[in-house]
Design a binder for this molecule. Structure first.
Ligand SMILES: Cc1cc2nc3c(=O)[nH]c(=O)nc-3n(C[C@H](O)[C@H](O)[C@H](O)COP(=O)(O)O)c2cc1C
Length: 271
């Protein structure tokens, strides 16, 4: 069975599939029906662009993939104004309602996010979802344990100056790492190369979550501790050989933001 099936009954030999293929593995046949020669198959990244672009719906990938029920013919283009306002109004949320996050919403978010881009379409990002405020707090406390050790042993670290303040806030009964969030979404993968893919996927989680009325904040301090502190790594308990990439806390925002704060102008070189 060939990797990609081109239905000769439906194919109109328009050539769009071979034109759009990012790795140029689709070759037009003599009769006009394209094919992927066996020697080209290893280079296919299974991105599905050929299937998705074919106006005649004549292409079927013979590899495991999970598409949503879809037909984009009637999909309206989202307006730049709507997307601009939506993107600019996303905020980091550090105060949450005392309300758990519904698992179905998290499933919907991750269902959306699995279509985020990844290098060579490897799709290496996996998820650890800790949807339990008590368990999130335990991880945050482990990060504080690490910072406390760093302070006590006077160990050098680029963030050394902020550790005493964070420890003091924890000792005062606050959670300066995960802000008592009800949920933590950790992107993990088999190796460090997946870092950029993980950040893209998490950024998409952050953006999509707000369409569900949720809000997120990057748990950078937790990730910094997770890279260095063995007890925190152990508590994450990822399947063997996997590396925690980055995390986002999620919950229902306690406060509504009424305005978009200012930011630097875009710093652009035009050529
Ligand atoms: C990589 C990364 C790590 C971050 N880590 C933390 C963190 O550990 N704690 C925190 O309160 N905010 C963290 N933030 C949130 C930033 O402080 C926030 O994005 C920035 O202040 C801008 O605010 P906004 O996201 O509401 O526009 C992080 C953001 C990024 C992108």
């Amino acid at each position: 069975m060939s990797l990609i099936y081109f239905d000769p009954e439906k194919c109109t030999a328009c050539g769009t599939c071979s034109e759009i293929c990012p790795v140029h593995v689709i070759i037009p046949g003599e009769d006009g029906v394209p094919s992927v020669p066996p020697e080209n198959e290893p280079f296919c990244v299974r991105c599905g662009h050929c299937e998705a672009v074919c106006p005649a719906n004549a292409i079927q990938g013979n590899y495991e993939t999970f598409s949503p029920e879809n037909n984009l013919a009637d999909t309206e283009q989202i307006s730049p104004e709507v997307l601009k306002k939506y993107t600019q109004s996303r905020r980091s949320i550090r105060a949450f309602k005392d309300k758990p996050v519904e698992r179905e919403k998290l499933e919907e978010i991750l269902e959306t996010v699995r279509f985020a881009p990844s290098g060579m379409n490897v799709q290496p990002v996996k998820w650890l979802v800790i949807n339990d405020a008590g368990k999130v707090k335990k991880l945050a406390d482990l990060a504080i344990d690490w910072m406390r050790l760093m302070v006590e042993k006077d160990i050098d670290h680029p963030l050394k100056q902020i550790f005493p303040g964070l420890v003091a806030r924890r000792d005062a009964g606050l959670d300066p790492i995960c802000y008592e969030a009800p949920c933590l979404v950790y992107a993990y993968a088999e190796n460090e190369y997946a870092y950029t893919d993980s950040i893209i996927a998490l950024s998409t989680v952050d953006l999509v979550a707000s369409s569900f009325g949720l809000g997120g904040c990057w748990a950078g301090l937790l990730q910094i501790a997770a890279r260095e502190y063995e007890p925190l790594k152990e508590a994450l308990d990822l399947p063997g050989g996997n590396v925690p990439q980055y995390a986002l806390i999620i919950g229902y925002p306690k406060y509504k933001f009424w305005r978009i704060p200012g930011r630097k102008q875009a710093d652009v070189i035009w050529r």
